[in-house]
Design a protein around this ligand. Structure first.
Ligand code: SF4
Length: 389
């Protein structure tokens, strides 16, 4: 097959795939928009509209009873030249921005780090730290006014028992801002959730880098991995299968991680090229088309599988034998999904080496020799301690 013929055969497929991706991207955008719509409406009605109206009303004289009268910059002139409260208000606001906001961020980040690393009671601690965010601001303020009441509040009562004279909190010019800071820190649940999501990213994923499959890349090349590296900021090193290849591939990923980088590298250069084997790729594209596929231990992933194109469907077992849906029944004890995400090790599985062996595999990771469970079995890693970060 000539180069021209190969390229001509691949072009329609590439276009088709691009269109499928575009459609999927639009579907995702519409879904995100739909899910965000209650927030967008709430933001527009309770924040956007009042904000615009406030700006407009600041240029008017308005007493709530009669219609606003346009007076230009007069309000601002009074504000900056005559109003005695502007200076202290600006100073207090700057103090809160400089002290309270960084403290809130640090506290929320610290709590998120601790909750993300907690081994037990994670749900409990997340709920405890998020609960204050659910309390209405007025109720939270009332609670703090009660707690920090200089005469009868529990905080000063406890301090009194310890021989410390409690401050006047909200009633003191010096302590009112720290009191407000305490109140602000108490409600960092929302901020903590954002940090937690950022730390965890894909909920509980602990995979930090990938060794790209050298045998697959020999055929299809490695250009397809480039968007993954950019999107997920995770190192991928295409690696061969000789022991020395594996060691070099691991070394290259560790070097990237230590340098804080996320790049796509090709350790298997003697075999793999970026484009792969073009003739084979063209043949694959000619015979197969992309489809959604369910993966054992992971679940359904859109556009992750191949099926025979219409012209070759007579060879398709699903059609030939009139099988409508093929469901793989997964063993209830199998934890291969968690193993694939780096959460657990094969010897954490109760079936490992007993009910599940390479001769009697229960899950995907015990089937082929490079699967994690099969490799652990073959090389005697039966009961190593699990070391997790
Ligand atoms: S040992 Fe078998 S059952 Fe257990 S996780 Fe591995 S493949 Fe699944």
């Amino acid at each position: 097959m000539t180069e021209t013929a190969v390229t001509a055969g691949a072009a329609p497929f590439t276009e088709q795939r691009r269109q499928a991706r575009r459609r999927a991207a639009w579907r995702r955008r519409r879904l995100v928009l739909f899910l965000m719509s209650p927030w967008i409406v709430g933001f527009g009605v309770f924040f956007g509209y009042p904000l615009v109206m406030s700006v407009y009303l600041s240029f008017t004289h308005y007493d709530l009873l009669s219609s606003p009268k346009w007076i230009g910059w007069a309000n601002y002139h009074y504000l900056f030249t005559e109003d005695p409260q502007v200076g202290p208000a600006v100073r207090n606001t700057l103090w809160l921005i400089a002290i309270m906001v960084p403290l809130q961020v640090l506290f929320a980040f610290g709590v998120a780090m601790m909750v993300a690393r907690a081994r037990r009671g994670v749900g409990f601690f997340r709920t405890v730290f998020y609960l204050p965010a659910l309390a209405p601001p007025v109720a939270a303020t009332m609670a703090f006014v009660y707690l920090l009441n200089p005469a009868t509040g529990p905080v000063n009562v406890i301090l009194g028992h310890l021989g410390i004279s409690g401050p006047l909190w909200f009633q003191s010019a010096g302590w009112s801002k720290p009191s407000l800071t305490l109140l602000g820190i108490w409600g960092v649940g929302n901020l903590m959730i954002i940090f937690l999501a950022a730390i965890l990213d894909a909920p509980d994923n602990r995979v930090q880098a990938f060794l790209g499959p050298g045998h697959v890349c020999t055929v299809v090349g490695y250009a397809e991995y480039e968007p993954l590296v950019l999107r997920y900021r995770v190192p991928i090193v295409v690696t061969g299968f000789e022991p020395v290849d594996m060691l070099e591939g691991i070394l290259m990923t560790v070097e990237q991680l230590e340098a804080g980088e996320a790049r796509l590298e090709n350790q298997y250069r003697r075999v793999v090229t970026r484009e792969g084997n073009r003739a084979s790729v063209a043949l694959i594209h000619e015979i197969f088309e992309v489809c959604d596929r369910k993966w054992r231990g992971v679940g359904a992933i859109p556009e992750s599988g191949w099926r025979l194109r219409e012209a070759y469907r007579d060879f398709d077992a699903e059609r030939r034998f009139d099988v409508k849906t093929i469901e793989t029944s997964e063993s209830s004890v199998c934890i291969s999904g968690e193993i694939l995400r780096g959460l657990k090790k094969p010897h954490d599985c109760p079936a490992f080496g007993r009910d599940c062996t390479p001769d009697t595999p229960l899950g995907a990771t015990m089937v082929s020799s490079e699967g994690a469970c099969a490799a652990y079995f073959h090389y005697g890693r039966m009961a190593q301690p699990v070391i997790t970060p």
